[in-house]
Design a protein around this ligand. Structure first.
Ligand SMILES: O=c1ccn([C@@H]2O[C@H](COP(=O)(O)O)[C@@H](O)[C@H]2O)c(=O)[nH]1
Length: 245
């Protein structure tokens, strides 16, 4: 595994969307030695719990805990404090919760850090518009006027003002986010579909190579790897494509 491969693997977040720890573990074993980020979402966390996350951390994985908190500021503050105590590298909230809710997430994380100096401050990011949401759904069902890109950029600006580290968005919106929020502001992009793979419930998609070319800090990939006949080969192929751009 050369250096370029290792570096690019660190920008691949594999979504561990499994129903229990046993199936997740079986999958992880197939990726052994590939230094990718692991994303734990609701399905696995609600089943396997905090112990599974702590175990991943003790084995040296970088972990993004994708629980998308969206509640009143006091509740999010408490949630962020508990999540930070797990030692994760990244967690998230919904930008739609507003500036004070996002600031409360940071305050909760800071409280955990000041109580235990062995912990490192996680990156805290905010979801703008889910990558499954298309323009028509946003305008008609959600009642949000304007283009998806304009709404995503507005939420990104709010996220930055609230003191968070970056956003979740489609790679399609990354150049516009960077133009307004700068290149240090992280862009975490699901909605990744290698050429020829099924889009499924995702709407705003690009290939892994296109996402890197757009400037995504990290790409999030689930089913194109987890549902592949050979998940390790699928992950390696995606990393190679990321390197070539
Ligand atoms: O806007 C968002 C926010 C989060 N996700 C999560 O990313 C993965 C994508 O999985 P695929 O199988 O590659 O579609 C999944 O865990 C989502 O919960 C997202 O897709 N879009």
């Amino acid at each position: 595994m050369n250096e370029a491969f290792q570096q690019m693997a660190g920008r691949l977040m594999v979504a561990l969307d499994y129903p229990d720890a046993q199936q997740a573990e079986q999958f992880i074993r197939q990726l052994e030695g590939i230094p990718c980020y692991i994303k734990v979402g609701m399905q696995l966390f609600y089943s396997a719990g905090p112990a599974f996350v702590e175990q991943l951390k003790s084995r040296g994985y970088s972990v993004f805990l994708d629980l998308k908190m969206h509640d009143i500021p006091n509740t999010v503050r408490g949630g962020a404090e508990s999540i930070t105590r797990l030692g994760v590298d990244m967690f998230n909230v919904h930008a739609a919760g507003g500036r004070s809710m996002m600031a409360a997430a940071r305050a909760g994380a800071e409280a955990a850090i000041s109580a235990d100096s062995s912990l490192a401050m996680p990156l805290i990011i905010a979801v703008t518009q889910l990558t499954s949401t298309d323009q028509a759904t946003m305008n008609t069902e959600l009642g949000i006027p304007g283009t998806v890109q304009d709404v995503v950029v507005r939420y990104a600006q709010l996220t930055r003002e609230a003191g968070l580290d970056g956003v979740v968005a489609s790679p399609l919106e990354v150049p516009a986010i960077r133009a307004v929020c700068g290149s240090d502001f992280k862009t975490i992009t699901p909605g990744i579909r290698p050429a020829g793979s099924a889009t499924g419930d995702q709407s705003r998609v690009l290939t892994p190579g296109q996402a890197i070319a757009q400037g995504s800090s990290y790409i999030v990939v689930g089913r194109p790897i987890t549902a592949a006949p050979d998940p390790r080969a699928a992950a390696e192929h995606i990393i190679e494509e990321m390197i070539q751009l």
